[in-house]
Design a protein around this ligand. Structure first.
Ligand code: GDP
Ligand code: GDP
Length: 450
């Protein structure tokens, strides 16, 4: 995916432009105390349908301090943009005319001029229109004047972006990011976790009228790896009534689950598992998604080993169908154990995408049968000839058998667990499909001659 990075002094309108391109207005972003907010990073889909990763280098605290206090940071950000961006949007404030800092950044960017667009913002003001020609001094081309706030000529800018970013075949690369969906009923703490993970304070988001870009996924990076958090409209857009919110939550959870690899199923640890939790979690299992159960708000309970065990038992009992999902106790609010989730997430993603050797699968099947022979089907002994993985995401194993009928539930569960344990599969369902093969020669040595 191509990177577009927005740079410029504070207050020129970078985040306004970011929101405009991302299609939504975000409340002004400010740092959470004690957190280093990383840059705002989001996948946007522009008019040509291509996806870009858009980064706002913002995040500078600027209160009463003089602008010059930020010179060093602005420089650093510009440098990062040069290092990482496929395209740099250098935003300047038209009302002010080119300032000394603008000149500095321009000088820095000149080595990357061929992938820089100079965006002169606030064109809605008369001052900006009058100053426009002065920006040619910066020696950058093209210059695109816009009003980020009013959306004027933003379409022009998008066209320029599309023309300047070369199209490449990087679908594969896109697939590398691990796709997560945070699901759960209202108030369990989904937005809090999202904010924690993206490191930004998102207030309730309202639409900019006239923009229709819908779902916005958020890309985050940890340890050099990309994770895509699939937009669950319900995370941010709070319904008016509890009833509405719940319906919305269910609908958006379903949509997000359909697109994710790993469902982060969130439970409120102060309330335990409710029927609605079970409903929402059930979709993850139905869709064959990997899952990680997060018991949230663990800061708000008397944390003891006993309680953790009790809650885990309750989760296991009420969410039986997610028996494959690990359970983690976290606090989205304090951040406790949140960063540790990524190692679990990586292991789960590894399992979800894994491809196993046929020889290994057959050895496991052989051992499993030796431990526990399959039950006969209506008096006919069932035999297995062969196992092979036919699909990943989740791992789906075909078992060639003399009988086409599905396996008895408990034997299926037994085999699934045997495969899961032997293959070290974490957080991921294993699907078994039966393929009938009449008169096939038994490949499994244990069955030969029987
Ligand atoms: P950032 O610090 O560069 O991210 O700047 P912001 O996006 O926070 O904008 C700084 C200020 O400029 C805010 O008060 C915005 O409302 C204002 N602003 C942003 N874009 C425009 C524009 O197109 N026209 C006008 N008149 N004001 C704008
Ligand atoms: P959502 O509806 O699932 O997105 O839930 P929110 O993130 O909006 O959180 C609902 C409420 O639970 C808010 O008042 C949060 O402050 C609170 N909350 C979220 N996470 C935690 C947590 O880890 N601990 C505590 N004590 N409260 C939390």
């Amino acid at each position: 995916m191509k990177n577009i990075v927005i740079v410029g002094r504070p207050n020129v309108g970078k985040s306004t432009l970011f929101n405009r391109l991302a299609g939504r207005r975000r409340a002004l972003v400010h740092d959470l105390p004690g957190m280093t907010r990383d840059r705002l990073n989001q996948v946007v889909s522009l008019d040509d349908g291509r996806k870009y990763r858009l980064t706002d280098t913002g995040g500078l605290e600027y209160g009463d301090e003089p602008m010059s206090a930020f010179a060093a940071e602005i420089r650093q950000q510009a440098q990062r943009a040069i290092d990482e961006a496929d395209l740099i949007l250098f935003v300047v404030d038209g009302t002010a005319g080119p300032t000394g800092e603008d000149h500095d950044v321009a000088t820095q960017l000149r080595s990357s001029a061929e992938r820089t667009i100079l965006v002169v913002n606030k064109l809605d003001t008369r001052a900006a229109r009058e100053n426009l020609h002065e920006f040619y001094e910066l020696g950058l081309d093209p210059i695109v004047p816009i009003s980020a706030e009013h959306g004027t000529d933003v379409e022009d800018l998008i066209e320029r972006i599309e023309a300047l970013v070369p199209e490449t075949d990087d679908e594969e690369e896109d697939d590398q990011s691990i796709r997560l969906a945070i699901i759960g009923r209202p108030n369990v703490g989904k937005s809090s976790l999202l904010n924690r993970l993206t490191g930004e304070e998102r207030s309730v988001v309202s639409e900019i009228s006239g923009t229709t870009r819908d779902a916005i996924d958020t890309m985050i990076e940890r340890g050099g790896k990309d994770y895509l958090i699939i937009d669950t409209a319900g995370i941010r857009r709070k319904g008016k009534t509890t009833d509405e919110a719940e319906k919305l939550a269910v609908i958006s959870a379903r949509k997000a689950i359909a697109r994710c690899e790993i469902a982060l199923v969130m439970i409120d640890g102060t309330e335990g598992v409710t029927a609605q939790d079970a409903t929402v979690a059930g979709y993850a299992e139905e869709e064959g998604r990997a899952a990680l159960i997060l018991v949230n708000k663990w800061d708000a309970v008397e944390r003891t080993e006993t309680l953790a065990r009790e809650v885990e038992l309750e989760v296991r009992r009420r969410l039986k169908f997610l028996s494959y999902a690990p359970v983690e106790f976290i606090s989205a609010k304090s951040g406790r154990r949140v960063e540790k989730l990524f190692s679990t997430i990586d292991r789960i993603a590894g399992s979800f995408r894994a491809r196993f050797k046929t020889s290994e699968l057959n050895q496991i099947l052989e051992r499993a049968i030796a431990g526990h022979a399959p039950p006969a089907h209506r008096g006919r002994p069932r035999r297995f000839f062969y196992a092979t993985q036919v699909k990943a995401q989740p791992p789906t194993i075909a078992l060639f058998s003399n009988i086409a009928e599905p396996l008895h539930f408990s034997y299926r569960r037994y085999l699934e667990n045997q495969f899961r344990d032997a293959l070290g599969i974490v957080g991921t369902p294993v699907h078994l499909v039966i393929r009938a093969r009449e008169g096939m020669k038994g490949r499994l040595s244990k069955q030969r001659g029987r």
